[in-house]
Design a protein. Structure first.
Lengths: 322, 306, 282
């Protein structure tokens, strides 16, 4: 039973230069305890897809012209702001990419950590403080009482990200959205953070939506993945399946272009060209210009879903890749 | 931690202060046409007071220490021009008036400036933004001695709403303090708007929103501290400006404050009053800048570590 | 490379209507002030005791003051003083500030730290008091006034120059590594001057109104320009005295001063925006 179902979500930015279609019709769902990875290049719309329905992007430029986002069957997009606020940071929490700037430098860690507990769970300040300390221990921060009274700039990037995770988890959310949580961190710290997330997920059966451009991170944590490009989804399916038997030219090219440590490579195959201008996308497949398998119909119509298996689908006109 | 920072600041200020004080000593002593100079163009009674006070036959270095000792007792010496008054008496009478004017003006400046700037930041690029910001240009460009007379003309003479001279009733305080505060209100409104707009785009505001805080909670708890910092830094220069502006305001509105006395003394070449008042003002500015630094450190925890 | 910066800035400046207005107004004003001795309708001192405190009319565009002197003429002459103060004092501040800042930045090390600490401390003090004290001590000599006013503004100039010199010092070494001896100096001259010039010009256009303001302030209080000379400050002060019965004597000089300050500020802001490589902001 899916907790979150996104149906044909579109998010457009109305700028002076035109309408930028950052998210152009995406659909997927997530179950409890599942980790959904959203993979794509910069500009693919993967962050916007999550920020938009939580109304975390400035709304004059942003408009959501179409789509439904069902949380336990209820459409979030239609909710009034006060209702949405009870879900934000409570049932659906989010952590961001830049731990250095995502915490308020003028307030102590403690003061920021207890906010969700007081606001959503209506705890007293004392209880909230205790629970926040426990949360800090849980994410591996030594001397939590001292940490609570410290300021963000006294911590390293990895520690700050742990604090962010603790902050997101205090309310025992059903879904944790992690937007490039490890991109700004060292590789060793990355591994630690991912381990932490995995542990916590096992304990709490929390669903995780993991947004990243790093296929290694997906391989390490996600069960199911979605490949996004220029606001569209190209492929969806179990991580193992897609990594070994992708049925989409873009995904294949992406996988091919990942540097490998087990094979000698003279050149790393890159995908020639660049992402199209998102204010100029038409009805066709946005990968048309860069795709080696393109045909005429690709330019005029975006492909409908083609099911490879019961849980693996792809969006491509071409059926055989050789 | 924070204490070492404060001590360090004090240590840099003290030698500077001493330097200024020493300079003042020499300037009083070497004033042309003064009692210490060859041509003693000073009224006889004043000369007698000065000689009694300064023991002018003593070696210079002893005079200097006598001077420092007097200063530590807040004794600024006799007036050069008014033979029966000391500088301290003049200051004691006039300073409280100026202090009151300055404080009220500063209050206006902060009240109007922060509200206007805050509102503009809350609703940017709207009516609430354009109007105050355009008015603020007026405040920043126009000098007090232009704004003052014009205000007097409009509100005092033509509309007859407010009194234009004197310092008796509470209504007397209105026009002068608004005049003096106007320029600073203008600048503060811009700083506030700028400060809040800067904060608004920061990532941690997005985090706060993602945690489910209301816009008011975000404004009051998360934006306030950072947003108000530029205004806090400005308080030092603002004070210096208000002191300077008071010179003009007291003149225009006929207020018996220290500023007006200072100008009179400057025109009359009453050296001790001029130097004594300047010393007082410099000290005030030093102390206030120091306090502002402390407040800044309290608000921005990152500063301590520089 | 330097050329495209200037032409790009010029294009951006032209689009800024307020700055253009400011520039046009200032040019007209400077022209009027320079040509004053030839175009002023009356003598600066010419009194007409029959026609004191007269309203503006065809004969006297701005009216006359309490001694029957033509206000328009006096404003023109006052403008010459204000402009002169603005330019001369600002130039002094530029010279002092640039030399101080360049030395501090170039020499670096402890000297730099000390020199900049002095600047930090001086920043907090209201220079007007210093100027007043100087006036008290050395009499109200107009040349002294110019110099003293110039010295109130050099601090910012010093800071900017130092910043530029420091960032250029690093470039200089790269170039020096590639070239030999004499050529290095040319590179310094060729890069240092155009690169420092930008911010210096911008601050010059903001220094000039500050200085003009300070002079007017002092003159208003009687501590600046002395009779028989007049500047806008003294004219405004006389205007306040007769404000009730002849408000135009206050308003016209005040208007001229205000418009001049506006124009200079708009122009300065416009130049700063035009020369700022980051382009448009909020």
């Amino acid at each position: 039973m899916a907790i979150l179902e996104i149906k044909n979500l579109k998010a457009h930015f109305h700028t002076r230069r035109g309408v930028v279609k950052a998210v152009n019709g995406i659909s997927y769902s997530i179950e409890p305890g599942q980790t959904l990875g959203i993979v794509g290049e910069s500009g693919s719309g993967k962050s916007v897809s999550q920020l938009s329905y939580l109304k975390l992007l400035p709304s004059p430029p942003l408009k959501i012209p179409e789509g439904e986002v069902l949380f336990h069957g209820e459409n979030i997009l239609a909710m009034p702001e006060e209702r949405l606020r009870t879900i934000r940071g409570n049932k659906i929490s989010m952590i961001f990419q830049e731990p250095m700037t995502s915490l308020n430098p003028y307030l102590t860690i403690g003061s920021q950590l207890i906010e969700p507990l007081i606001i959503h769970l209506k705890k007293s300040k004392r209880d909230a403080w205790k629970e926040a300390c426990a949360a800090l221990s849980r994410v591996g921060i030594a001397e939590p009482e001292k940490a609570m009274k410290s300021y963000p700039h006294e911590f390293s990037g990895g520690m700050r990200q742990r604090v962010m995770i603790a902050m997101a988890l205090t309310t025992r959310p059903e879904i944790l959205i992690a937007d490039e949580p490890t991109t700004a961190l060292d590789v060793t710290v990355q591994a630690q953070i991912l381990d932490l997330l995995r542990e916590i997920q096992k304990e709490t059966q929390m669903a995780i939506i993991l947004i990243t451009h790093d296929l290694g991170v997906i391989a390490g944590l996600a069960d199911k993945m979605v490949v996004m490009y220029a606001g569209r989804i190209f492929e969806e399916g179990p991580v193992e399946k897609i990594f070994h038997q992708s049925e989409h030219p873009y995904t294949r090219a992406l996988l091919r272009s990942t540097p490998r440590v087990d094979v000698l490579q003279d050149k790393i195959p890159v995908i020639g060209g660049s992402i199209p201008d998102l204010s100029q996308v038409g009805q066709g497949c946005p990968f048309y210009e860069r795709c080696e398998f393109r045909t005429d119909i690709c330019q005029s119509t975006f492909p409908t879903s083609r099911k490879i298996a019961h849980n693996h689908e792809t969006f491509c006109h071409v059926e055989k890749f050789q | 931690m924070g204490l070492t920072y404060i001590l360090r600041r004090l240590l840099t200020m003290i030698p500077v202060f001493l330097l200024v004080v020493t300079l003042v000593f020499f300037m009083i002593r070497f004033a042309p046409g003064g009692p210490f100079s060859a041509e003693k163009k000073v009224p006889a009674q004043v000369l007698k007071n000065l000689e009694a006070k300064y023991h002018m036959d003593e070696p210079l270095i002893q005079q200097y220490f006598r001077y420092l000792r007097d200063l530590s007792r807040f004794d600024l010496g006799p007036s050069f021009k008014h033979s029966n008054r000391t500088v301290n008496e003049i200051i004691a009478e006039a300073f409280p008036v100026s202090m009151e004017l300055g404080l009220i003006s500063l209050c206006w400046a902060l009240l109007i400036g922060i509200s206007a700037g805050g509102l503009a930041a809350l609703k940017p690029n709207t009516f609430y933004d354009y109007i105050p910001m355009s008015l603020s240009i007026l405040g920043i460009c126009l000098p007090t001695f232009v704004v003052g007379p014009v205000m007097v003309l409009i509100f005092g003479l033509w509309l007859n709403w407010l009194p234009v001279a004197g310092w008796n009733s509470w209504q007397d305080r209105l026009l002068p303090s608004l005049t003096l505060g106007f320029a600073y209100a203008a600048y503060i409104s811009r700083l506030t708007r700028g400060g809040f707009m800067e904060i608004r785009h920061q990532d941690f505001i997005r985090t706060a929103r993602a945690k489910g805080l209301t816009e008011t909670q975000i404004l009051l708890k998360h934006s306030l501290r950072g947003g108000i910092l530029p205004v806090v830094s400005y308080l030092g220069p603002a004070l210096a400006g208000i002191i300077t502006g008071a010179l003009v305001t007291e003149t225009i509105f006929n207020i018996p404050g220290l500023g007006r006395f200072f100008i009179e003394s400057a025109l009359n070449r009453d050296y001790t009053v001029v130097m004594g008042t300047s010393l007082l003002y410099f000290t005030l500015i030093f102390v206030c800048n120091f306090l502002v630094d402390i407040v800044y450190v309290l608000l921005d925890p990152r500063v301590k570590y520089e | 490379m330097s050329n495209s910066l200037w032409s790009d800035a010029w294009a951006r400046l032209q689009k800024n209507k307020l700055a253009v207005f400011g520039a046009i107004f200032l040019t007209l004003e400077i022209l009027l002030c320079v040509l004053t001795p030839w175009i002023a309708p009356y003598g600066f001192e010419t009194q007409n005791l029959e026609l004191t405190l007269a309203r503006p009319s065809f004969a006297h565009w701005f009216g006359t003051d309490n001694l029957g002197r033509d206000l328009f003429t006096r404003i023109l002459y006052g403008g010459r003083i204000s402009m002169a103060v603005g330019i001369i004092a600002s130039l002094i501040s530029v010279v002092v500030g640039v030399i101080y800042g360049a030395i501090s930045g170039y020499v670096g090390g402890k000297t730099d730290t000390i020199l900049m600490r002095i600047v930090d401390i001086l920043y907090a003090l209201p220079f007007i008091f210093m100027v007043i004290i100087l006036m008290v001590y050395f009499g109200r000599n107009i040349l002294l006034l110019f110099v003293a006013l110039g010295l109130t503004q050099w601090l910012t100039m010093a800071r900017i120059t130092r910043g530029q010199v420091i960032s250029l010092k690093q470039k200089e070494f790269v170039d020096a590594a590639r070239s030999v001896g004499v050529k290095t100096r040319y590179i310094i001259l060729k890069h240092l001057i155009p690169n420092t010039l930008g911010p210096v010009i911008v601050y010059l256009t903001l220094t000039i109104p500050s200085v003009i303001l300070e002079e007017a302030f002092l003159s208003f209080l009687g501590l600046g320009v002395q009779a028989p000379m007049a500047s806008w400050g003294t004219l405004i002060s006389s205007g306040v005295e007769v404000m009730e019965i002849a408000p135009w004597i206050l308003l016209f000089p005040a208007l001229m001063l205000s418009l001049t300050l506006f124009s200079l500020n708009f122009l300065g802001d416009g130049l700063r925006d035009a020369l700022d490589p980051k382009g448009a902001r909020d």
